[in-house]
Design a protein around this ligand. Sequence first.
Ligand SMILES: [Zn+2]
Length: 423
Amino acid sequence: MSRVFFRNAMVWDGSGANPFPADVLVEGNRIRTVARSTGQLSADGATVIDCQGKTLMPGLVEGHAHLSYGGAVNDSDLGNIPPEEHVLLTMRNAKTLLDHGFTSAFSAASSKLRLDVVIRNEVEAGRLPGPRIRACSPEITVTGGLGDERKQHMYYESFGMIADGPDEIARTVRLCCREGVDNIKINISGDDLGPKAHGGMTVMRENEVQTAVSVARDFGKVVACHSRSAESVKRAVRCGVDVIYHCESSDEEALDMLESVKDRIFVGPAIGVIYGTLYDGEPWFSREFAIHIGMQRVIDDSHKVYSELRKRGVRALIGGDYGFVQSPQGTNARDLKHFVDLLGYSSSEALQCGTRIGGQVMGMGHELGQVKEGFLADLLLVNGDPLKDLSIMVPEESFLVIMKDGALYKNIAQTRAQERAAE
Ligand SMILES: [Zn+2]
């Protein structure tokens, strides 16, 4: 069994506790020992990594991943990519995420039915580098909703799957389950970045949402939804959706409903693309245009709603729709700082959203997302103190070590191979 010994680390364990000095021993794919008094642990036969007091923390979990999105300006661009190029693009994005410290990705939609599924399978088989992936369906939407990019006068492949009425919804969800997804994504509200139904509209009916959830349950799948309007949030809670994205227009009643199911659900603001449209949109989107379509309002509303959700203990996920031209893949960890600057979280809370809570949404909260004895060894050695400066979590150069499932994917720290005796 392989053994890796992290000597003299400053461990931030993901629980919310303050960092502490420790030696950490990994055996196989699990964290065997976290020894708070350094120098006590035997490194016999282990590869020894000298952490020099740098931060050792859990691998990041992208909570709103779109592995098959790559530099799209408009949603319709996603339907234009031929399948062959699209597989390669998704493969590259999986590697990009792992290069940037994301050892897990909870997908919030694929743009073709089997893209997430095949890349997940290849990564799991050890044939491609990438994070642990929970594969998602394409966005399932109603005619005229976000994800319906079809045109009346021509054949056009949309990135969403369009289904109207409970019967079509049931068939579409079953099809996605048959093809091997882990998550089902439904668009209950519209979106201001889309041309048709805007964010204030609730376009998927209650019986359609209910059907999607109950069919997904038949197959043991998790359901995530796009919900900007207050009514769409309430509809999601009433129907038992597991992960409710956006939520920024929640009113008092919606907040109460979210709080009432806080042990069961997750929320995610997906703020990165909104920030990107406002501040990094040139030359594709002018600032005037971004403000005109309500991006500043979304940030202001998100601040109000997420300050409240944070206080009420509703679990939030990082992940901001990275994969558009204004929110490129690889910059996903910008969301950590956005949580602090835009939404009122502390650095530690933001990092917990990106680690421990991420492990929970992956369905692996008992073994993923913390530096804890018995947990899976997904670890990062960071050159700097993320609690003091979250922006260091973005560039890949910040990661001296990236370990996934006990394997050293990257190691540019000082290493001594196969140390023989305890020193
Ligand atoms: Zn999204």
